[in-house]
Design a protein around this ligand. Structure first.
Ligand code: ZN
Length: 412
């Protein structure tokens, strides 16, 4: 191999003068290119304490898969030098072309990460890269670790905390989101007080004190943890969770009433479940006659539905005073209705009124994390349920963390 070619490869690999390409072998039958690299620098820095030291010896030869050369699998082979430090002893220095434990060069990892991002599907990306699922996952995991290390959190104004199921549905994770920057900050197993405590621990105290408001469900462990972790902030109860509770209450009223009516031989409510789940403006045109007819009947379900629909105006109130008045009149109306499921939700809202009212000031919701939920849903279905929490976390942070995933390869 002539000097020009080896020098050309050294430049291509972005190596500095401390490294020399000693040979480039092309084996056409096996369709491989083997690049051999040797350390030729003088003096080493101890990987631990960074002091100047001498070279002890060479570590056993290792190989790293590199970007293909014209569709030919290309591998780098090298024996990394070991430094001899007075304080730290003999240590292997890091290869400038790869992460410490990786079997791939950083440039290969860059390409693999871009392929996974472009496909949004790990299996498809693995097939294209000719790698197995586990290997691609290890590249994603390293990318997330690097990204988290590089992430500089300066100020976070609005945080969302929500839960999500994983695995076969019985396991939960708690997810912390930076609402303004539309990114997942961290994921923890479970949906307990401890889960949320651990989420908060990932943010510095200064950062926590800069937070203005936190959107969440009316879930006691989440609220308690948040009050302790950032005492200055405001809990804002998420309006989509409130709507969900009211929707479920309407459905319970319908089920009870339908049962009573059927017992009396009246099938007015039969097969109407879906109808009552619509918001008025989303009602399909072909259903509107049926719905208006049902509304004219004096049905408990119809009244419960009106109460649910009516509460939507609460969110449109311009200020806290107006919202307080609105809530009080809605509350009185619902509690007089004697529709137990609705009364129950109204009582819950009253207990958490401070956090419900806080929406009027902060106008934040978990809708963004709900958006993530659909993204996370596709991550889950692509992998047909994760058994392992760490794998699940890696994927969420890889796809929804807005991290700097691509390794910096300009430095060597
Ligand atoms: Zn040292």
């Amino acid at each position: 191999m002539n000097e020009l070619t080896t020098e050309h490869y050294r430049a291509l690999l972005g190596l500095d003068a401390n490294w020399k390409v000693t040979s480039v072998e092309f084996l056409p039958k096996q369709k491989v290119v083997d690049i051999h690299i040797r350390f030729c620098g003088s003096g080493l820095k101890c990987p631990q304490c960074k002091c100047d030291c001498t070279q002890a010896d060479l570590a056993p030869q290792r190989s790293w898969r590199h970007l293909d050369t014209m569709q030919v699998t290309t591998t780098i082979h090298a024996s990394l030098p070991r430094s001899k430090c007075e304080a730290c002893g003999v240590l292997t220095i890091a290869a400038p072309w790869a992460d410490k434990h990786s079997r791939f060069t950083l440039l290969f990892e860059c390409m693999a990460i871009e392929v996974v991002q472009a496909y949004s599907n790990v299996s498809a990306a693995a097939a294209l890269l000719g790698l197995n699922w586990k290997t691609v996952h290890s590249i994603m995991d390293r990318a997330v670790q690097r990204g988290l290390k590089l992430r500089e959190l300066e100020q976070i104004n609005h945080v969302g905390i929500d839960e999500n199921s994983f695995g076969k549905g019985q396991d939960y994770v708690s997810i912390m989101v930076d609402i303004d920057n539309k990114r997942v900050l961290e994921v923890q197993p479970g949906r307990t007080r401890e889960s949320v405590d651990n989420l908060w621990k990932t943010l510095s105290e200064t950062l926590r004190s800069s937070i203005k408001a936190v959107a969440m469900d009316m879930w006691q462990p989440f609220m308690e943890s948040t009050r302790v972790a950032c005492p200055n902030e405001k809990v804002v109860h998420d309006k989509f969770h409130v709507s969900k509770y009211l929707g479920e209450a309407v459905d319970q009223v319908r089920r009870q009433e339908n049962k009573q009516l059927l017992e009396a031989g009246d099938d007015t409510l039969k097969g109407t479940r879906q109808l009552w789940l619509y918001a008025l403006e989303n009602l399909p045109e072909d259903k509107s006659t049926e719905f208006l007819f049902l509304q004219k009947e004096d049905l408990k379900t119809g009244r419960a539905w009106s109460m649910k629909e009516n509460f939507r105006h609460f969110w449109e109130c311009c200020d806290i005073e107006e919202a307080k008045v609105y809530f009080q009149s809605w509350y009185t109306w619902t509690t007089r209705s004697q529709l137990a499921p609705i009364v129950k939700v109204a009582a819950m809202l009253k207990r958490h009124l401070e956090g419900v009212l806080a929406y009027i000031t902060h106008r934040i919701t978990n809708a963004m994390s709900e958006g993530f939920n659909s993204r996370i849903q596709s991550i889950k279905s692509a992998a047909r349920g994760f058994r392992n929490f760490e794998n699940y976390r890696t994927r969420i942070l890889f796809f929804c963390g807005r991290l700097e995933l691509i390794p910096n390869v300009s430095s060597h």
